[in-house]
Design a protein around this ligand. Sequence first.
Ligand code: G3P
Length: 247
Amino acid sequence: MARKFFVGGNFKMNGSISSITEIVENLNKAQLDPSVETVIAPPALYLLLVREKAKKEIGVAAQNVFDKPNGAFTGEISVQHLKDSGIDWTILGHSERRTILGESDEVVAAKTKYATENGVSVIWCCGESLEQREAGQTLDVIAKQLAALKAEISDWSKIVIAYEPIWAIGTGKVATTEQAQEVHASIRDWLAKNVSQSVADETRILYGGSVSEKNCKDLSKQNDIDGFLVGGASLKPAFVDIINCRL
Ligand code: G3P
């Protein structure tokens, strides 16, 4: 079954009211490939602004969400807040949250469970460090991250997986098409063996890490690459070229 190509823009902790408004206006004006699902993830404070300004075809994602209902959790944002604000997606488990904020595989899995069970779709991130890649541990690291997710999840239909090798994030050092395809294929294989063939066939697996308008075309041609999670380049007009990379 055909998996709809997906391009996410992760603005991270960047932008201002005026620059984000400009990015959204630029996307609104552009002719975006209708066969691509486009979702942008601004900082939390700008979610409502973006949801109000972006055309309906563009989805909006938070960059994180808590795994409890509304209550005494100072500083957190709930799934209920997202739904109340028309936000259908969240990123979870980005390596910056895993490494800088100390989120474990289990914390990320619990958040993913709570979000998906309460109606918010998740771009779930995984990936290895340079040290782990050089030690030949890439597939083991990702299998461990996936196993923690599998322990919590029964319905995979609201999950998109983003493979983001940490060494390729923000470094300009993109994984080669072969390196990315190899990991994507092994993630799909893991899903087939450990979850089910239909989840393996239907789950979209995105690549993230220094994706640009220059390298996206070749990456998009790989069998198991179903889209991208774009950081730096999603803040630039060239993001439109990445969304339209298959035209
Ligand atoms: O989530 C996107 C990401 O971490 C990749 O960032 O700037 O390398 O495209 P960048």
